[in-house]
Design a protein around this ligand. Structure first.
Ligand SMILES: Nc1ncnc2c1ncn2[C@@H]1O[C@H](COP(=O)(O)OP(=O)(O)OP(=O)(O)O)[C@@H](O)[C@H]1O
Length: 401
């Protein structure tokens, strides 16, 4: 418990100094919108270094018991007072804006600069997979203890003071239905949330099923976090120099190029089957692989019932992925498109080197349709990422298994 009590005070402006250093060293371009976000984050940074880190809370549980006996009158009220230590509550930050403008970069800088030990930075999809696995475990091991979701929150809070989420997005009804209870529990324990997202809170789970049940979570989010719009239009992913890893249109030449690239990467003409483990004992069979390079048809990856867990396993194992036959997208095949968006997110997060053969150029893969609000937004991020994945800079970034 002692290590939780930090008696540090940090210099105001430390975050800005870290940013200025990167500018001076020529590693990044000075950006007014990012500097404005830093000024919003500075109070959170300062608060996180103040002591005490923990505070005592009192919970009073009242039960009413009927009096039994000849002379009993009415009911008896009993009170049980429990005192617990929680993190001192601090308002978090929800940072949103368009793809590629540096939200993750700012959050990572914040995360690296904060010197508390009880911090965790995680991709939102990965976090929710872990939460569902945890719920499953509690339901199996402690079936009589009631709703497992708040207990998951309390357990997470034991060693987490600051939770940084990259890419907060809600597309799954299973996630949408537990977020209020999960985050309610985290916030009641004083956990601070810092999240990045492409969408303002009011647009989360925009066309989702039973959205009315999700809306109370949005109110809580706005109450618990400062909502910050980065207000930037710069997409830094478009700036880099490109290498051609997106081959189009689909024809015999494109296909033979894909095989040549496989041979160049692996030194082998033919691939063999390899099975990788996914969560909860599931396995994913990859038909054409050599070393850490896997070649897949688009339909093998996106026209099958695969999800985030499969794509995370894939992106963790392979350093290079070749996808053949990426089609032009349409809202009429929404599931296929959503899986592709998810797949690219995970490959990008782990810095997997991606080679695709496709119907058309990255910019022309999806032209948007009326009523496809969610998809148009989400696909903008995919386009931005596919662009960056073609740059020399990305190609030289090590795989993050
Ligand atoms: N000021 C800057 N100067 C140069 N490069 C930058 C700057 N800010 C961010 N970048 C780079 O731009 C790329 C995109 O940044 P980042 O991933 O943070 O964007 P994002 O807003 O989180 O995008 P998305 O919404 O798609 O997740 C990264 O490679 C990052 O290092």
């Amino acid at each position: 418990m002692k290590c939780l009590r930090l008696y540090l005070t940090r210099n105001f402006g430390e975050l800005k100094q870290a940013y200025n250093k990167l500018v001076t060293e020529g590693k990044i371009t000075q950006d007014k919108c990012q500097e404005r976000v830093l000024s919003f984050l500075q109070p959170l940074y300062t608060e996180l270094h103040k002591s005490p880190q923990k505070t005592i809370t009192k919970t009073v549980e009242r039960t009413v018991e009927a009096k039994v006996g000849w002379f009993s009158k009415g009911n008896e009220v009993r009170e049980k007072v429990t005192t617990t230590e929680i993190w001192r509550p601090i308002k978090g930050t929800y940072l949103y804006g368009p793809p590629g403008c540096g939200k993750t970069f700012i959050m990572d800088m914040f995360y690296d600069t904060v010197s508390i030990q009880q911090k965790r930075r995680v991709h939102f999809n990965q976090f929710m997979l872990e939460v569902h696995e945890y719920i499953h475990k509690l339901n199996t091991n402690e079936p009589k203890k009631g709703d497992p979701v708040p207990r998951v929150g309390v357990n997470i809070s034991k060693d987490t003071r600051l939770l940084c989420f990259d890419e907060f997005q809600v597309t799954d009804i299973a996630d949408a239905m537990i977020l209020k209870r999960l985050f309610g529990s985290l916030w009641s324990q004083g956990v601070v949330v810092l999240a990045t997202s492409n969408r303002p809170p009011d647009d989360l789970y925009y066309n989702g099923l039973q959205r009315f049940l999700f809306l109370p979570f949005i109110d809580d989010l706005k109450h618990q976090c400062e909502i910050v719009d980065i207000e930037s239009v710069t997409d830094y992913r478009q700036v880099g120099e490109e290498v051609q890893t997106f081959i189009y249109p689909l024809n015999h030449e494109a296909e033979s190029k894909a095989y040549k690239i496989f041979t160049r990467i692996t030194g082998k003409e033919k691939g063999k089957t390899h099975t990788i483990s996914v969560m909860q004992g599931r396995q994913l069979t990859c038909r054409f692989t050599a070393d850490k390079c896997g070649m897949f048809s688009f339909s093998e990856l996106c026209d099958q019932p695969l999800g985030a867990a499969d794509y995370i396993a894939l992106a963790s194992y392979f350093t290079h992925v070749i996808i053949t036959g990426v089609p032009n997208f349409s809202i009429h095949k929404r599931d296929i498109m959503r899986r592709f968006i998810l797949l690219i997110d995970e490959l990008y997060n782990k810095k997997v080197k991606l080679i695709c053969t496709a119907d058309s150029s990255i910019e022309q893969l999806y032209s948007g349709e009326s009523g496809a609000y969610d998809e148009i937004f989400a696909f903008q991020r995919t386009v931005s990422r596919l662009m960056e994945m073609q740059t020399y800079e990305y190609q030289e970034t090590p795989h993050q298994a």
